[in-house]
Design a protein around this ligand. Structure first.
Ligand code: GDP
Length: 500
């Protein structure tokens, strides 16, 4: 699951109804406060709140304008109560006074294109071994030292890990490296990886790997990329493409430099003194130690002894180790830390918050449970207006689609027809168009973007249908193109699921 609306409201200190009004204003569809929303939307909400807070009476210089400025900041809040400025939203990521933080990078791409080898090469050459003979175990992330500073790599290659985390509403990666083997060029999972990075709006860098091979053809990779509307810089576009070899190490230094450069452009900041927030990268049970979880610190600082709240459970940090296995007492932003002290294994992608003490942790949890019940009830009482269903007039609605068909010809034919279906009010966004049956990855992608999966002359395997059912994702199969198009017409017109 992604970020639930009530969780977000709670986290940001905002009334649930106000949150729903803001979502209406953004034209985001939802069923109830327990619906989940994408993290792009979360970012937008945070921005709107930060703008509101800035123009609220708290800022002395602008007191006079504040009353007028505030309602404009959020497009829709008809009768929104004057916001008591959301304290966290105003002081977290938006605060440009916060210091820079290291980028967190994920590596995705087709199987056998060299993701693991590239990670291994970087780990071997860039991570100082803590103790001689000490075996560094896999904790889900590692910190590489470069001439331009620290870069944190998510250590599980592939878009499954990326999407599992994202599916819970967290965005851990700041930059995605798409690895493409120079002797193989674009393959199905390359396209999927690209679709996932695009859906997350995470900047991409393409690493053309295996350039040491005699049959390597990096130029072909670049040409193939242009066909996906990804135009390499040297062809006049803005896609950074770096030829590398995970075997010889050629180009890896350049790749690291481009990562630092991209990070600089993204202006990644976090306040080590801010309220702590983090995301679970992975958790496991160690036979000796007990429950171990790797948490990425996103904001604030963690200390041994802190109480942490995850979902509706909590734990106290008994010990922390950094990703190289060294004991640490505290950890600031962009640090992956392995934590001992959770009572249950938290799931990848779960948000972590801290509490002053056990009592406070229990209160947060009780509060969460209560808010969930209240808001569910409140939402049920809410009347459904036309605006609720369609979003305010003038809002462009987006219908997200994942397209699967039997041949490249059908994919292109369907895309050609869809391209003419867009209207001024409704945008059709084909997030991924691929050949063959839909995969589990498609379902995860669909669930992060509330997309519908449309199949033409292919059927989803039972295992995939099952996951889709669990996540409430529609997979619709057609044998006749025009029936598929009819379905798209319905989605364009409605996209409304009955709420009651
Ligand atoms: P992954 O499935 O994307 O993680 O790919 P791997 O890292 O497991 O690599 C797949 C195969 O390609 C392995 O046999 C690697 O040794 C090989 N390989 C990876 N990178 C390179 C490279 O830069 N050059 C050459 N020649 N082989 C490579």
């Amino acid at each position: 699951s992604k970020v639930r609306i009530y969780t977000l409201a709670k986290d940001l200190g905002v009334d649930n109804n106000k949150m729903l009004e803001m979502l209406d204003g953004l034209g985001v569809s939802y069923k109830s406060v327990s619906s989940t929303i994408e993290e792009d939307t979360v970012e937008l909400i945070k921005q709107l709140l930060a703008e509101e807070a800035e123009s609220a009476p708290a800022a002395p210089a602008q007191t006079a304008d504040a009353a007028q400025a505030a309602p404009q900041a959020a497009p829709a809040p008809a009768d929104a109560p004057t916001p008591s400025p959301a304290p966290e939203a105003a002081t977290t990521a938006e605060d440009t006074g916060a210091p820079h933080r290291a980028p967190v990078v994920t590596i995705m791409g087709h199987v056998d294109h060299g993701k693991t080898s590239l990670l291994d090469y970087i780990r071997k050459t860039r991570v100082a071994a803590k103790e001689a003979g000490g075996i560094t175990q896999h904790v889900g992330a590692f910190e590489a030292q470069t001439s331009k500073g620290k870069i944190v790599f998510i250590d599980t290659p592939g878009h499954e890990a990326f999407t599992t985390i994202r599916a819970r509403g967290a965005n851990v990666a700041d930059i995605a490296i798409i690895v493409i083997a120079a002797d193989d060029s674009l393959m199905p999972q390359t396209r999927e990886a690209i679709a996932h990075a695009q859906a997350a709006k995470v900047p991409m860098i393409v690493a053309i790997n295996k350039v040491d091979l005699p049959q390597a053809d990096p130029e072909r990779v670049k040409t193939d990329l242009t066909q996906l509307n990804l135009v390499p810089e040297e062809y006049g576009g803005d896609l950074v493409v770096v030829p590398v070899s995970a075997k010889t190490g050629e180009g890896v230094e350049d790749l690291l430099e481009y990562i630092s450069l991209t990070a600089e452009l993204e202006d990644l900041r976090a306040d080590p003194k801010g309220t702590f927030s983090g995301v679970v990268i992975e958790g496991r049970v160690d036979k000796q130690a007990g429950v171990l979880a790797t948490v990425m610190v996103q904001e604030g600082t963690l200390h041994v002894g802190d109480f942490l709240v995850v979902g509706e459970g909590y734990g106290k940090i008994k010990a922390m180790t950094d990703s190289a296995g060294g004991r640490i007492k505290e950890a600031g932003p962009s640090t992956p830390v392995q934590i001992l002290g959770f009572s249950e294994v938290p799931a990848s992608g779960e948000q972590v918050q801290s509490a002053k003490n056990e009592h406070a942790a229990r209160e947060v949890i009780a509060g969460r449970a209560q808010t969930r019940r209240d808001t569910e009830a409140a939402r049920e009482r809410r009347k459904l207006t036309l605006e609720d269903m369609m979003g305010p007039l003038g809002t462009v609605r987006t219908v997200n689609l994942i397209l699967r068909a039997d041949t490249q010809g059908s994919v292109e034919a369907i895309q050609g027809i869809l391209a003419r279906k867009e209207t001024d009010d409704v945008k059709l966004n084909v997030m991924l168009a691929g050949i063959g049956a839909p995969t589990e990855g498609d379902v995860l992608l669909a669930s992060t973007a509330e997309a519908t999966i449309l199949c033409f002359s292919v059927t989803a395997p039972g295992s995939v249908t099952k996951i889709a059912d669990n996540k409430g994702i529609d997979i619709k199969s057609f044998r006749i193109i025009y029936e598929l198009i009819d379905e798209v017409d319905r989605l364009i017109k409605g996209n409304i699921e009955p709420v009651f």
